[in-house]
Design a protein around this ligand. Sequence first.
Ligand SMILES: Nc1ncnc2c1ncn2[C@@H]1O[C@H](COP(=O)(O)OP(=O)(O)OP(=O)(O)O)[C@@H](O)[C@H]1O
Ligand SMILES: [Mg+2]
Length: 462
Amino acid sequence: MTRARLLIVDDDEDIRTQMKWALCGDYELVTAGDRAGALAAFTASRPAVTLLDLGLPPRPNDPDEGFEVLSAVLAMDPLAKVIVVSGQGDKRNALRAVGAGASDFLCKPVDMDQLGLVLQRCVYLAELEREYRATQHSARPDVFENMLGANPQMQAVFDMIGKVAPTSAPVLILGESGTGKEMVAKALHRRSSRKGGAFVAINCNTIPENLLESELFGHEKGSFTGAIRAHAGVFERAQGGTLLLDEVTEMPLDMQTRLLRVLETRRFYRVGASTELATDVRVIAATNRCPLQAVDNAQLREDLLYRLAVFPISMPPLRDRGDDVDLLADQFLAELNARAGTMKRLSQGARVTLHQHSWPGNVRELKNCIERAFILGDDVLELAPLIQSGAAPRGPDEATARERLDIRVGSRIEDMERFLIEATLDHFHGNKRRAADVLGCSLKTLYNKLNGYSQAQELASP
Ligand SMILES: Nc1ncnc2c1ncn2[C@@H]1O[C@H](COP(=O)(O)OP(=O)(O)OP(=O)(O)O)[C@@H](O)[C@H]1O
Ligand SMILES: [Mg+2]
């Protein structure tokens, strides 16, 4: 059995040594002598229980330093177990600490038997809570592979993913911008027997036509000007895994013909190569256009559509998902609060806005909107000033973008850039090409920035 980890924070080295001797048989011990050391140790070791002396340097007779540690630890992990140790006759501070979230308190000099019992109880409670959280998580029917959705339409999507994922059948994911198509593609990958292989996504809209073939199938050295070395395309990089062809209707027709052939024969040539390669890739395609209309407009080959759409999955727009909008907003806000150690909440008006706004940019727009409100607002967040009243898309209009940006001294350039990009994208209902035009950057730059944001987010969330 592994021993629970215990962090002892006390500036008195003798006390730390004494505790070590008394407790090292039952616990794995980590110690710290001041606030910075305590927070670093807590972050690095995530102890089951922290034993915290309130009087720490530079003001050992003042409990404030200890209280700072207590609140920082609880901000990092609201369920952290902290036992506070205070000077004799200092019960007031001990009680105040319990009020601030400490699990228990002890007075100095610490009675080792009593300490042993209090520790045992805390470790036991921490364990129970962890188990409870784990079962809650797995038992939550409204969460599926990080996707949130209690609405019957979303439940049907989750069901479908569960059924289709283990097969190797191609899937076509349909839905407006920001409805979660990429999340679905990743869920299909993770739930399949290919999960050990790579998940590779390529956006057919951002790759210049003359490079698309090489991006898909790779090329040999010297096969065209600029091909200074051989290059593996996405079909090779996704070998044994899953390939997402995003915005597939934007692929030029002649490339669609080649793609169709590869899907049928499961073989392809690198550009400039004379030997064929075999491919073992599950292809998932996504589009925010109506595929039948794309066929009518001669944008999508009908035979390719039927090849890709063996299993179509339609993502409902957020405005049709009822109370899921609250569920999602609360989740996004909770994540931001947990990261920042705050307790911001939505105003009553913001709750109404959640249901009144039509969210043309769907979940992405909602997420961005909550983030902007979080950065701009204090304790109670408003949403209405950050969004347009569900109006039909308007042309580029500088005043609109400016209205929605609250430019304040103290803002970081990076944050303002992100605000501007996201506000513009929302304005054009997620249409990245139009957003890039108005922002005056290339489509590729826009995609790079958006990818950067979602990666930063993935790193930040556990
Ligand atoms: N059901 C959901 N639960 C939680 N987060 C979601 C959900 N759906 C989407 N998101 C979030 O919304 C954002 C957009 O999702 P995603 O990129 O999958 O959408 P998309 O349909 O591929 O958009 P686009 O058409 O613009 O490519 C992401 O940040 C994603 O994490
Ligand atoms: Mg996408």
